[in-house]
Design a protein around this ligand. Structure first.
Ligand code: ZN
Length: 370
């Protein structure tokens, strides 16, 4: 399957990674992404976070025809527990390959080619308000009147939610090029006939709500900027995470970053890399220079007065945060430090048994420039 649908999987990774690293749009293993082709659909598997979806893991292929047929058969039914159980059986029946497809697979089945389900902070801050329906109507008046945005009353995730969306659309795929569904007390689903359309529409909706609620999520959004620039220098689909650790941030307020750059122990080198990139002018230029100097990408980046971690996926970025904090503790006392010598660093970077012992080594050494 991987080989056959390589291009589609590549697109699904691109979509999933775009959203997966944005804390303002999705948290933990929530949300899901999908792409339709013919009567089939690739969709994120249950239990995986968007940012960890890869060629090898995290997605399932399902038969969309089976799902649509089932949705049509229950469109007028009141949903009970036995229907929920039946819907899980239908999901298993529809599965061609991969592990359990996401619980929202049925809701995706009726939508356009590219679909994303998110739990955006701003959207949810508004959708839990008692007067949320009126608020959304006010902000998105024209989009709602043109059927570009729909407001969906709270429904249990799964078949009940899918049924509601199916009925609002009269069982037909939405006409608009991009459209969105605000899910009361839950999140947002956006669907589009193009990937860029999907990106633009989700940002459009969330930006508008953020503006209305006077929220500033710019720090989270910088992860997309850094990620795009890493792509320019040849590193695709890396995850960038904003550091919100209190200890790290208060340490850096009091200390000069340039004085804490050198790795003092093996783990610091392995996890946080040989150097910290301080973006002081143009991020693209700074990243290029870093690559030229070290033939690698930075694991820790200081950008717009914030620390960001770069890794293969968000979980590993969190591991870098852990080690980076310990790295700062090593620098926290005012005395002369013994940095790892060039020879020690060289030895560590080429020490194969060490690579096998540490799971992380594989990524550190094996991340190839694509
Ligand atoms: Zn959800």
């Amino acid at each position: 399957m991987v080989k056959k649908n390589k291009d589609l999987v590549k697109k699904l990774i691109k979509i999933s990674n775009y959203y997966g690293q944005r804390y303002d749009l999705i948290q933990a293993a929530g949300g899901n992404s999908s792409i339709k082709f013919g009567n089939k659909m690739l969709i994120k598997s249950s239990g995986y976070s968007l940012a960890e979806l890869s060629y090898e893991n995290g997605y399932s292929e399902v038969d969309n025809k089976i799902l649509l047929k089932y949705l049509n058969s229950v469109k007028d039914k009141e949903i009970h527990i036995k229907d929920e159980n039946r819907s899980f059986n239908i999901l298993s029946e529809s599965l061609h390959s991969g592990s359990n497809p996401s619980i929202e697979t049925l809701a995706h089945s009726i939508l356009k080619k590219y679909t994303i389900h998110l739990h955006p902070l701003a959207c949810n801050m508004m959708s839990v308000q008692a007067s949320s329906r009126e608020l959304f109507k006010k902000i998105f008046k024209s989009d709602i009147s043109k059927n570009n945005i729909f407001y969906i009353n709270y429904k249990t995730p799964g078949i009940a939610l899918a049924q509601e969306i199916y009925n609002i659309l009269n069982g037909k795929v939405p006409r608009a090029i991009s459209c969105g569904f605000i899910l009361e007390n839950h999140g947002l689903i956006c669907t589009s006939s193009s990937i860029n359309g999907l990106f633009n529409f989700t940002e459009y909706i969330t930006n508008k709500i953020e503006k209305y609620l006077k929220l500033d999520f710019n720090d989270y959004k910088q992860t997309t900027i850094i990620s795009k620039n890493l792509e320019i220098i040849g590193y695709k689909n890396l995850s960038v995470t904003l550091c919100e650790d209190y200890k790290i941030n208060s340490f850096l307020k009091k200390n000069n970053l340039s004085k804490v750059k050198k790795p003092l122990n093996p783990d610091s080198l392995l996890y946080c890399g040989i150097d910290i990139l301080n973006v002081n002018s143009n991020i693209k230029k700074n990243l290029m220079n870093f690559y030229k100097k070290y033939n690698n990408y930075p694991r820790v980046i200081y950008f717009k007065k914030k620390i960001f971690f770069v890794s293969e996926n968000i979980l590993k970025a969190k591991e870098i945060e852990d080690v980076f904090k310990s790295h700062l503790y090593l620098y926290s006392q005012n005395n002369v430090k013994r940095a790892l010598s060039k020879e020690n660093i060289k030895r560590l970077e080429s020490y194969n048994p060490q690579k096998n012992r540490l799971r992380f080594w594989f990524d550190y050494a094996g991340k190839i420039k694509k």
